[in-house]
Design a binder for this molecule. Structure first.
Ligand code: SF4
Ligand code: SF4
Length: 457
């Protein structure tokens, strides 16, 4: 145990005030002319491996027609068409999650939005297995950025007593959870209750920041009508939405790898809302609310778009770019990386498009002030990792465990010398992961060679 635990979080000033750009504005719906074609990746969003394709070019599809399946921990996860129309071909475009080109189906949208039921409707009367099975058939994934399949969190887990509904949305600029929680409070309550039922949990804690007065006003009177649901207001610090920090803050419990170790399952607020909507129809989630924002865009607003719409089309709807040099992020500024281009499609888990001017950082020498270490939520020593990376000292890098980094960007944010410490940690993390794979393979080879040889006596 370390005597010198980091603060692990910080109230972000200035950059956090950017939420007002969209928070109270009318929510727009993308007009049809901007989604004439939608794009469905034919690769797994995690490792980029090809999916098992079920539909072919020329097929007529509906909302919910199976395009293919991907495999995760031995579970099949369906990938559906988000629109009705015709699969008109394949195209290699940028995959926003992987950061590289990948094959996509191009679906010509007929705007009829005919739906296919992918599961039977379900309710609070349904049993746990039925709800978890429906989560799988719906292909529901975490809609707060991670995109992790929801049913995997529930399947086979035991002794869960608490569901945490994460509506913290601690990234600057982002306001979709905020708006969804205000406007769809009944769905939020139903989704949280369904999740409780699925996990046999006794309570669900709906968490959001204490400065979100309108969310509190929208939920406070009705929450008591739903057994087991509680509101939990958390401090306005970053990265309060990080699962480990949130779990510790609202339950006092810690865990090493998975929240289930602390008898908890954590889901994003919009995931709960979408589960509730699908429970009434058996239809998939086909559209997504995005915060489309930043000084580099003519207009800023929250926009509901069909999943698979191209970023470039959404930007066109917002009046285009207002700057010549900048960065387009699929997400908020703290965690997301810049896109190589805007010819890429929206995935269910994307929550924002943020366009910012390139920061002219006046990087100074490291002061050895320790601020990056003091603030790292995972108790890393970012400055030491940076030094080890610069010296190409692999053993030291491995000892400093950059693989634990969650990419929150706080080390860069607090650095008085304006050093992009996070970039060094990211690079060290990639190198260490490669080295670990290499060493594992070498060990396996050694173990194989050491095995007694069978065969002839
Ligand atoms: S980006 Fe990584 S190293 Fe930097 S503060 Fe966050 S977790 Fe720590
Ligand atoms: S915060 Fe910046 S200046 Fe301070 S120790 Fe870390 S890298 Fe060096």
């Amino acid at each position: 145990m370390s005597l010198f635990k980091s603060e692990g979080c910080k109230h972000l000033t200035g950059i956090n005030d950017t939420k007002h750009l969209t928070s109270e504005k009318e929510i727009l719906t993308l007009p049809d002319e901007y989604s004439k074609e939608v794009y469905v990746p034919l690769v797994d969003p995690g490792k980029g491996l090809p999916i098992n394709v079920e539909a072919k070019v020329g097929d007529h599809v509906k909302v919910g027609t199976l395009i293919g399946t991907r495999n995760m921990f031995g579970n099949l996860i369906p990938i559906y068409s988000p629109v009705s129309g015709v699969i008109k071909g394949e195209e290699n475009i940028l995959h926003g999650g992987l950061g590289r080109m990948a094959k996509h189906y191009v679906i010509e949208n007929d705007f009829k939005y005919e739906n296919v039921k992918v599961c039977e409707p379900f309710s609070l009367e349904s049993d746990s297995d039925t709800i978890i099975d429906a989560m799988q058939k719906l292909g529901l994934v975490g809609l707060g950025g991670a995109g992790f399949p929801t049913f995997i969190k529930y399947k086979g887990v035991k002794d869960i007593d608490t569901i945490i509904i994460n509506g913290v949305e601690c990234e600057p600029f982002l306001t979709t959870d905020y708006n969804a929680m205000i406007k769809e409070s009944e769905e939020l309550f139903l989704g949280a209750s369904l999740m409780m039922k699925a996990a046999h949990a006794q309570r669900a804690l709906i968490c959001f920041k204490q400065n979100k007065v309108r969310v509190y006003e929208a939920l406070k009177d009705k929450v008591h009508e739903h057994p087991g649901l509680e509101l939990k207001l958390v401090p306005d610090v970053y990265p309060m939405g990080w699962e480990k920090l949130l779990c510790k803050t609202v339950t006092g419990r810690t865990y090493e790898k998975l929240p289930a170790e602390a008898h908890v399952i954590i889901n994003n607020a919009q995931t709960a809302i979408e589960l509730a909507k699908s429970s009434k129809t058996g239809f998939i989630t086909r559209s997504k609310m995005l915060t489309v924002t930043g000084e580099g865009l003519k207009e800023n607003a929250n926009v509901i778009v069909p999943i698979g719409t191209k970023v470039s089309e959404i930007v066109r709807f917002m009046g285009g770019y207002t700057i010549d040099e900048g960065v387009v992020l699929l997400g908020g500024p703290m965690c997301s990386r810049g896109l190589m281009n805007d010819n890429c499609a929206i995935l269910p888990q994307n929550d924002a498009i943020t366009v910012l001017r390139k920061l002219k950082r006046r990087t100074q020498q490291c002061l050895r002030c320790g601020a990056c270490t003091d603030h790292c939520p995972t108790n890393l020593q970012p400055v030491e990792i940076k030094i080890a990376y610069e010296h190409k000292d692999m053993d030291r890098m491995m000892a400093l465990k950059p693989t634990v980094c969650i990419g929150c960007g706080l080390c860069s944010y607090v650095c008085p010398s304006q050093i992009e410490v996070n970039d060094f940690v990211k690079k060290a993390k990639a190198l260490v992961m490669m080295e670990q794979t290499k060493r594992k393979a070498a060990e396996a080879k050694k173990a194989e060679a050491a095995k007694p040889q069978g065969g002839k006596q």
